[in-house]
Ligand binder design. Structure first.
Ligand SMILES: [Zn+2]
Length: 366
């Protein structure tokens, strides 16, 4: 991901509809699935529901659709009518096959479409269509539609076809730089939905639910942090992770032994290291973590670092809850956080989570 302003700055910008930030960042609203320019005239979403993207492309690939009021895909110059028409068609039917032949049939020269999309959206027309199709498919998975139905319903011929589409959207071929370590990524089925795992030769560097909107941003961060390509594959760390995850979901594993690599800022690392100390079956508050890393006032920054954890489940960011005992947020979806905690606590109801017992857990491992 290219450099974004700080989240406070972006929050201020969109809440005040500051048009000078248009094209600097885009905001996407989790609850509606729409992304906007900062200056959008529509009612402003609560910052809690907002994710930021540096480009429309990232927002598209994360599964968001362009807002109908502020038209975030359109540049400030008037968008040609044929583009407006084309975008509307794709939005109505993202499963369609928009071949060159089809473009010609609606009097659009394919080369022109390619040039326009490349220039204005930083991707080819076909990549845009794939992105919307994949985005819509992910949206269905997020809504709980069965993976098989989604795969077939969106015209992927098989799970592996869907995975390949994923690979094309998120991966990069190693090209000529074969000297550097690459990150291998594997798809892992779990009772809470498919996960994508990534590993270097040193250890696991990514575990994310595949429908998570952060995924592409996480990939970009990984590419930057490790300066290497991301390719489909498997290594010994991924194999061990698969085994341990399956034991974890069966309830027979409380601790992971798989090697982890999680570069980050100094602050992030302190937070993530603390997360690793929270025992299975326990929860702590953001304030607890803040105190523990010696920055008692930084609970919001702790929450942010927590949300940027790239190794879901294994680095247990889901064990951090609000001081009130409420679940707080979870990038993979609150329902998953609840299920993970239930699994770890051997509980069947979530109401129990809100009881004061969680607040008194702190000294247990301090
Ligand atoms: Zn908008």
């Amino acid at each position: 991901m290219s450099q974004l302003p700080s989240s406070q700055e972006m929050e201020r910008a969109y809440l005040s509809r500051d048009a000078s930030y248009d094209a600097v960042f885009f905001l996407a609203v989790r609850s509606t699935g729409i992304f906007c320019r900062p200056s959008c005239p529509a009612r402003k979403p609560s910052p809690r529901n907002v994710e930021y993207y540096a480009s429309a492309r990232e927002a598209i690939f994360a599964g968001f659709r362009p807002c109908k009021r502020c038209h975030p895909l359109e540049s400030n110059d008037a968008t040609p009518g044929w583009v407006v028409d084309l975008l509307a068609r794709i939005e109505r039917e993202p499963r369609g096959r928009y071949s060159d032949g089809f473009l010609r049939s609606i009097k659009v020269e394919p080369a022109r479409a390619r040039r326009y999309f490349q220039k204005h959206y930083g991707m080819t027309f076909q990549a845009y269509c794939r992105g919307r199709r994949l985005g819509k498919a992910l949206e269905q998975i997020r809504k709980g539609v069965n993976l098989d139905d989604v795969v077939l319903g969106f015209g992927y011929d098989s799970h592996s076809g869907f995975r390949d589409a994923f690979g094309r959207a998120f991966g990069k071929s190693p090209g000529r730089s074969r000297t550097s370590d690459c990150i291998v990524t594997s798809w892992i089925e779990s009772p809470l939905g498919p996960l994508l795992a990534g590993a270097t030769s040193e250890g696991i560097c990514l575990v994310e639910f595949t429908d998570r909107r952060m995924l592409e941003a996480q990939f970009a961060t990984l590419r930057k942090r490790f300066a290497c390509a991301i390719v489909p594959g498997e290594n010994q760390h991924i194999r061990l992770l698969k085994k341990e995850l399956s034991e974890y979901f069966k309830g027979s594993r409380k601790k992971f032994t798989v090697h982890l690599v999680y570069p980050g800022t100094d602050f992030q690392q302190r937070v993530w290291n603390q997360l690793l100390l929270i025992p299975c079956g326990r929860t702590v508050s953001y304030e607890d973590i803040a105190r523990r890393i010696g920055s008692p006032k930084a609970h919001r920054a702790v929450g942010h670092a927590n949300g940027l954890n790239r190794i879901a489940i294994v680095i247990p960011c889901h064990r951090v809850v609000n001081k009130s005992g409420e679940l707080g947020g979870y990038g993979g979806g609150l329902w998953r956080k609840r299920k993970l905690l239930d699994l770890e606590q051997g509980k069947t109801t979530v109401e129990d989570d809100a009881s004061p017992q969680n607040k008194s857990l702190e000294p247990a491992y301090a």
